[in-house]
Design a binder for this molecule. Structure first.
Ligand code: ZN
Length: 224
């Protein structure tokens, strides 16, 4: 069944069929400020966030009408982006000084949590081959942490600890439509009132300009 042939469906209902064309999402959880691969769905103007690899006990539910101001909306919006991808051994040459990554550092608790970091140096070693002939990167990447428990510190990472930031940064339409709805709910009426006020101001200016013009033309000429 093709939804493409149904032009009457609106965009929000129509995104289902083209899901695969959108980059996977990652979400920075307010809980621990780490990045997680997630799936989102919109339910009754709320956004349901499912964490990949976690049970539904970890699901988070955000109603679109619970933002107090537009800063809160923007702050929450910045928690979504296209999912970073596990760095492959063969991608090593593309990772250099200044490459932005999303990486993990072994923690004492054994948690694997990903935070943003930037590569500061790469100690390169000659890549070996495994039994199957696959290239194996053993290089040492020094990363400077921009987030997380090691923020502002430099630690070492291996290829397996590093995810590369997505190149395709298009935002999933479900997320876009959720934020549109949140903004509409927060600002909808304020905007409308604002526009009326602005329009009223213009009307006042127009009428006072007309009055001035009339009184000017009725005044005797000062010069000449
Ligand atoms: Zn390497």
């Amino acid at each position: 069944m093709s939804y493409q042939s149904s032009p009457t469906k609106d965009f929000a209902d129509d995104v289902e069929w083209c899901d695969e064309h959108w980059p996977e999402l990652e979400f920075r959880s307010p809980e621990d400020e780490a990045w997680y691969a997630v799936e989102v769905s919109e339910i009754c103007d709320a956004l349901l966030i499912r964490f990949n690899g976690f049970t539904c006990d970890y699901d988070e539910f955000y109603p679109s009408d619970e933002f107090k101001n537009s800063d809160e909306i923007q702050e929450f919006e910045e928690r979504f982006r296209a999912c970073s991808l596990q760095m492959q051994d063969t991608e090593c040459p593309t990772v250099t000084e200044g490459t932005k990554v999303c990486a993990t550092f072994p923690s004492v608790t054994g948690d694997v949590k990903f935070y943003d970091a930037i590569v500061v140096t790469v100690e390169r070693t000659k890549h070996e081959r495994d039994e199957e002939g696959n290239e194996v990167c053993g290089c040492n990447f020094k990363v400077f942490w921009k987030q997380g428990p090691w923020v502002n510190q430099v630690t070492s990472a291996k290829v397996g600890d590093i995810c590369l930031r997505a190149e395709d940064n298009r935002m999933n339409p479900k997320v876009v439509s959720f934020f549109k709805e949140a903004r509409r709910k927060l600002l909808g009426e304020a905007c409308l009132q604002g526009e009326e006020t602005e329009w009223q101001k213009i009307l006042k200016k127009v009428s006072s300009a007309i009055e001035n013009n009339l009184s000017l033309s009725s005044l005797p000429e000062n010069h000449g």
